[in-house]
Design a protein around this ligand. Sequence first.
Ligand SMILES: Cc1cc2nc3c(=O)[nH]c(=O)nc-3n(C[C@H](O)[C@H](O)[C@H](O)COP(=O)(O)O)c2cc1C
Length: 209
Amino acid sequence: MKGDRKEYRDGGEINVEDPNDPLDLLSRWIQEAREKGAVEPNSMTLATIDASGAPRSRVVLLKFLEGEEIGFFTNLGSDKAIEIQSTPAVSATIWWPEMERQVRMEGTAYEMKRPQVEEYHSSRPRKSRIAAWASDQSRSLESREELLRKFEETECEFEGTEVPLPPFWGGFRITVDRVEYWSGRPSRLHDRVVLTRKGDSWSESRLHP
Ligand SMILES: Cc1cc2nc3c(=O)[nH]c(=O)nc-3n(C[C@H](O)[C@H](O)[C@H](O)COP(=O)(O)O)c2cc1C
């Protein structure tokens, strides 16, 4: 708000070792955030575009990072999944207040192959796997009791057996085309370094803060 004013100084200089490995610094920053005890070091705001062309955003957890791709898991019937399926252009932003750093990414999302989703699903705690079955994500819910009832019914249904992957649950990979690293520096003279895909390679440039 108006009276809140923070002097930035700890983000540090941005050092991209190889622009052709555009997400290397992201993975190092996530690791540093984890070491600094950030609550959710891999949470990111994901923006999609709805059928009317309006932007919509929400937080998801970045659970996959490889080469030029990041990924997350979700319900395939959710609003975000429906939006991606009709318009795959997305953007994602991560902000770590503890480190005074931000990363912005823009790219194209596509659905993950089932074996990758299976692998992640089987690594989740049992209650999370049950919740994936019980939640009709983004659809209207009569009451909290209804959700708890569905959860209990699902628990009974799979008692004594593995909780299988729901067919309506999956993930998306995002191939990034632009990555911007931002770091808080003194006197509002923050660092901004942008990596942009140019055909088969990547270019690096700086922006005014
Ligand atoms: C810290 C945090 C992490 C979240 N992680 C996920 C996630 O990985 N996947 C997911 O589907 N929803 C996640 N959510 C919930 C979403 O923000 C959102 O409420 C939900 O996915 C429905 O979004 P939609 O209606 O736009 O599809 C998370 C919320 C928070 C606050």
